[in-house]
Write a protein that binds this ligand. Structure first.
Ligand code: IPE
Ligand code: IPE
Ligand code: MG
Length: 251
C-alpha cells in the first residue's frame, strides 16, 4: 500500500546501486561480502517499490566497464546472480513482479544466462512492478546498438530508397534502445538515485535520463533502506520539473 506523503509518485525509478566494495572494506571483508549484502538490499527495495505501486524500477547491477575488475570479483558477481535467482525468485513471483534484463547479458557465463532466462520466463505473466536489471549494460553501447540496428533495418528493407527517408530521428533512436518500443517499452526514468556519494552516471541510461531528477545519497548501497528510499521519493515529489519550459503560474 502507498502510505507516502504524496500522490506525485515517479512512474519509473532508476538506481545506481553503488558502494558495496567500500561497505565490505569498512568491515575488513572481501568485496564479494559487500555484493552479497547488496543483493539483500536490492531484494528489499524491489519489494518496497512493488508495494508502493510504482510501475517501473531499473537497477544498475553490472556495467560494460565492470569487466575491468578482477576475474575473482566478476565471476563472483555472476555466481551471485544464480544464487539470487535460486533464493528470491518465489518471493518475486508472489509479489507479482515482472522481471526483464537490459544489456548484453548473453555474454555472461552460460549458467548465469540460464538463471536470468529462468527468472524472465517465470515472471513473464506477472502484471505488477516491471523490474529491469541492467547487466552488462552501458549507455553508449545502448545508443551504438540502436544506431546499428537502424542501419541494418534500412539495409534489409531498403527503406531510405523506398520512402526517401534518410535522416535518423531522436524517435528512431529512442525506439531501438533496450528501453525502447521495439524492445521493452520502458518510459524514461523520472527519478534516478545513486548511492555511495559518487556524483556521476557511470554510463547508465545516458540517453534516457536527460530529464530525470537526480538524487545522490552518501549511504552505501547495503545500508540503503526503505525509510531512506521513501524520503527520497518524497523529495522527488516536491521537485519542479520544467523540461526547458516555464513554470505555469498558479491562478
Ligand atoms: C556497486 O558497488 C556494485 C557493482 C558495481 C557491481 P561497487 O562494487 O562499485 O562498490 P564500491 O564503489 O567499490 O564501493
Ligand atoms: C556503476 O558503479 C555500476 C554499477 C553500480 C553496476 P561503478 O562503481 O562501476 O562506477 P564508477 O567506476 O565508480 O564510476
Ligand atoms: Mg562503485
Amino acid at each position: 500500500m502507498n502510505d507516502l506523503k504524496t500522490n506525485n509518485l515517479p512512474r519509473h525509478i532508476a538506481i545506481i546501486m553503488d558502494g558495496n566494495g567500500r561497505w565490505a572494506k569498512h568491515r575488513g571483508k572481501p568485496r564479494l561480502f559487500g555484493h552479497r549484502a547488496g543483493a539483500t538490499s536490492m531484494k528489499k527495495i524491489v519489494i518496497a517499490t512493488a508495494k508502493m505501486g510504482i510501475e517501473y524500477l531499473t537497477v544498475y547491477a553490472f556495467s560494460t566497464e565492470n569487466w575491468k575488475r578482477s576475474t575473482e570479483e566478476v565471476s563472483g558477481l555472476f555466481k551471485l546472480i544464480i544464487q539470487y535467482v535460486a533464493s528470491e525468485l518465489n518471493e518475486l513471483i508472489d509479489a507479482n513482479v515482472h522481471i526483464n534484463v537490459i544489456g548484453d547479458y548473453k555474454k555472461l557465463p552460460d549458467a548465469s544466462v540460464k538463471a536470468l532466462d529462468k527468472m524472465i520466463d517465470k515472471t513473464k505473466y506477472n502484471d505488477g512492478l516491471k523490474f529491469n536489471i541492467a547487466i552488462n549494460y552501458g549507455g553508449r553501447d545502448d545508443i551504438t546498438r540502436a544506431v546499428n540496428q537502424i542501419i541494418r533495418e534500412r539495409e534489409i528493407n531498403n527503406l531510405s530508397f523506398k520512402t526517401g527517408k534518410t535522416e535518423v530521428t531522436e524517435d528512431d533512436i529512442s525506439k531501438h534502445l533496450y528501453t525502447g518500443k521495439m524492445n521493452f517499452d520502458i518510459p524514461d526514468p523520472d527519478l534516478l538515485i545513486r548511492t555511495s556519494g559518487e556524483q556521476r552516471l557511470s554510463n547508465f541510461l545516458i540517453w534516457q535520463s536527460s530529464y530525470s531528477e537526480l538524487i545522490f545519497t552518501k549511504t552505501l548501497w547495503p545500508d540503503f533502506d526503505e525509510e531512506e528510499y521513501r524520503s527520497l521519493i518524497e523529495a522527488y515529489s516536491n521537485r519542479d520539473r520544467r523540461y526547458g519550459g516555464i513554470k505555469e503560474e498558479i491562478k
